[in-house]
Ligand binder design. Structure first.
Ligand SMILES: CC(C)(COP(=O)(O)OP(=O)(O)OC[C@H]1O[C@@H](n2cnc3c(N)ncnc32)[C@H](O)[C@@H]1OP(=O)(O)O)[C@@H](O)C(=O)NCCC(=O)NCCS
Length: 265
């Protein structure tokens, strides 16, 4: 764990020890690393959402070990492993540094993803609205928007805080190494999303905050602006089928106000 935290910290990423532990628990057979001199210097994780989709994340190489083919080796190994499990699609959120690597493996751009951030005290804190309830998983609702069955992930994330507005959708929030994290949030209207955002803000008052959203979702963008968030990083969601001719996963980003994390989708 100290090696893993060193890797994500050196990249300026937000994962805590609890995040790494959750991720490894969700993919015990498809998290891979390369060791040198007794230390983990490169990692890749692939969380499978049933047989529909494997989500690749935590692609990291220690700065002193970059450019030696480690990430390429791990990606090759991971993709072969995923294909052997019969999983239909592979996706990921690529940083500008990672994108050239993924393009070489055949990943194709799907849509932009942005990290928005808010510095402590730069916007209104929220109230817990009476219409916001504790969260109950509705697997078919989430699947209709995300495009794959990810209930084990949602159940794991919900332990750190989750809420829903009956008939509209849900949101979650968790602490982070750099900033508290809003997401995932899948909800039908901007007004319901506002209530869920306020629930999150009331849980993490006066802290730095992160929110990863699709810039194509103009309601999410407007809400982020209203509450003092600003764009900080641009990534690219990329995907590819494990076999030629595989039918695309049916998804709908219009109600996805926040993704679950770059390592989760
Ligand atoms: C991206 C990262 C994982 C690459 O790790 P690495 O072990 O140095 O990568 P490799 O040595 O296996 O290089 C893989 C390929 O990508 C290319 N590549 C790596 N970094 C690149 C960069 N910044 N720009 C363009 N190409 C790059 C290499 O040229 C290589 O291709 P080649 O063998 O055809 O020359 C590493 O730079 C890193 O940890 N960055 C910070 C975290 C990050 O952004 N991770 C990606 C998340 S999506």
């Amino acid at each position: 764990m100290p090696d893993l935290m060193e890797l994500s910290r050196r990249a300026g990423w937000n994962q805590t020890t609890a995040d790494w532990e959750r991720t490894l628990t969700l993919c015990p057979e498809s998290a891979f690393g390369i060791e040198e001199d007794g230390h983990v210097v490169s990692t890749t994780t692939a969380i499978r959402y049933a047989n529909d989709l494997a989500w690749i994340g935590m692609v990291l190489t220690h700065p002193e070990h970059r450019g030696k083919g480690n990430a390429k080796k791990l990606m090759d190994h991971t993709l072969k492993h995923v294909a052997a499990t019969g999983t239909r699609w592979v996706k990921l959120d690529a940083t500008a540094e990672g994108r050239p690597l993924y393009q070489k493996f055949g990943f194709v751009d799907e849509c932009p993803v942005e990290r928005w951030k808010r510095a402590a005290g730069k916007g209104p804190n929220g109230d817990r609205h009476p219409l916001v309830h504790d969260y109950v998983v509705d697997p078919s609702f989430d699947r209709a928007y995300f495009g794959a069955y990810r209930v084990p992930l949602l159940n794991a994330l919900a332990k750190q805080g989750a809420a829903f507005v009956v008939g509209y959708g849900y949101a979650m929030g968790r602490p982070g190494e750099v900033a508290a994290y809003f997401g995932p949030c899948v909800v039908g209207t901007r007004e319901a999303a506002r209530k869920l955002l306020e629930w999150f803000l009331s849980r993490f008052p006066n802290q730095d905050l992160y929110w990863d959203l699709f810039p194509e979702n103009s309601d999410a963008v407007q809400l982020a602006i209203d509450y003092g968030f600003e764009p900080a990083r641009h990534l690219t969601r990329m995907g590819m089928p494990t076999r030629k001719g595989e039918t695309p996963l049916l998804k709908n980003n219009s109600s996805v106000f926040a993704i679950a994390g770059f390592e989760y989708g």
